[in-house]
Write a protein that binds this ligand. Structure first.
Ligand SMILES: NC(=O)c1ccc[n+]([C@@H]2O[C@H](COP(=O)([O-])OP(=O)(O)OC[C@H]3O[C@@H](n4cnc5c(N)ncnc54)[C@H](OP(=O)(O)O)[C@@H]3O)[C@@H](O)[C@H]2O)c1
Length: 327
């Protein structure tokens, strides 16, 4: 028994001294990991300040930096009005291309009067595909297009299975949400390249960064815009043209700011005018952004949650809502 104790003691001492080495290695790993996290958080904060604060302090004159005309493709209603107002406030003339002619006319007449800029509207059904683009080309060809905002979205109600989507809706979404984005860019890019200035803003959504079972096509088209826009950005990096991917988060289209349920919800879901003001100020400062700093923080937090947890929570919530409706 005594012999066994004598032989175990040196072994334990050896083990303890080895563990000290392991402890040293682990503390180095810990210091490295915490250092990396701190540096990355610091970088994110400084980059956020550059995109959302410095950009407002040193806002360029949009007409000088990009050109005289802003084209809003498939961006009508409150969000269209908000972007058009922001560009017109900066002295840019506006062309609106969308489906609802009366709504576009109302918006352009209002901002034309308020800011004394030129405006044009063109009724386009982007779901019709290729035939509409020669008309658009003829209208834009002679203009000094400074900024194009690509935002056409045909949305269809969520369904719990793909077979319930009609063929018209399916192809409409493909033409409007996917085809219109490169097709519009292709029309304005040659002029921009010749003038060595211009910006194309492709609006996608935070939704496009993850998977949304049962919503099938719409979030997938957002992912297309995201991928296409980021690739085009690299293609145009040295041509003097800015390509920006705008990952839009929730925005309130309520006419009256007071209708927003609370101050807190208006911070997370800003009115369209607040969103457009912040988003336009980021042009030229960030190639890919949510356009609004609160949404930027939300995305940063969401990226820290395992994707499968997000997807399964969404699947459960969707099914719960769906079966409640059936009952
Ligand atoms: N609303 C939000 O809170 C929110 C949140 C995240 C991301 N987003 C993103 O923001 C974008 C717009 O969303 P939204 O809520 O404003 O959607 P929306 O109200 O349905 O707007 C879609 C736009 O596309 C136009 N459009 C639809 N079909 C068209 C067609 N066949 N031809 C021409 N124009 C057509 C509409 O113009 P007409 O009215 O003239 O048809 C409208 O201006 C999308 O990219 C969406 O993913 C929105």
């Amino acid at each position: 028994m005594a012999v066994a104790c004598d032989s175990i003691e040196p072994l334990l001492q050896e083990l303890v001294s080895n563990l000290r080495h392991v402890e040293e290695v682990l503390s180095f790993v810990g210091i490295y990991y915490i250092g990396k996290l701190t540096l990355s958080a610091l970088y994110n904060v400084l980059d956020g300040m550059r995109i959302h604060v410095i950009s407002k302090l040193f806002a360029p004159k949009l007409t000088q930096k990009y050109g005289q005309w802003a084209v809003l493709a498939g961006i009508n209603g409150r969000i269209g009005e908000a972007f058009a107002t922001e560009f017109a406030r900066n002295g840019m003339n506006i062309v609106m291309l969308s489906n609802s002619l009366e709504e576009m006319k109302k918006i352009t007449q209002k901002i034309g009067k308020e800011f004394g800029v030129e405006t044009e509207v063109l009724q386009i059904d982007f779901c019709s595909g290729q035939p509409v683009y020669s008309n658009i080309y003829n209208s834009l060809n002679q203009k000094d297009i400074g900024i194009l905002v690509n935002d056409c979205r045909k949305l269809v109600p969520d369904t719990n299975n793909l077979e319930n989507i009609s063929d018209d809706d399916l192809w409409g979404m493909v033409h409007a949400n996917i085809g219109a984005v490169p097709a519009m860019a292709k029309i304005v890019l040659p002029g921009m390249k010749e003038r060595k200035r211009g910006a194309i803003i492709n609006i996608s959504s935070i939704e496009g960064c993850s998977l949304f079972p049962f919503r099938h096509i719409n979030p997938a088209t957002e992912a297309f815009v995201n991928s296409f826009s980021r690739a085009l950005d690299y293609e145009c990096r040295f041509s003097g043209i800015t390509i920006q991917t705008l990952l839009m988060g929730p925005v309130s289209f309520s006419a009256d700011k007071k209708q927003l349920s609370s101050f807190i919800s208006s911070i997370f879901i800003p009115p369209a005018s607040t969103y457009a003001y912040h988003a336009v100020s980021t042009i030229g400062y960030s190639q890919i952004t949510t356009g609004y700093w609160v949404h930027g923080v939300l995305v940063w937090l969401l990226k820290r949650i395992p994707e499968s947890l997000l997807i399964w929570s969404y699947v459960l919530a969707f099914n719960f809502k769906h079966y409640q409706k059936i009952d």
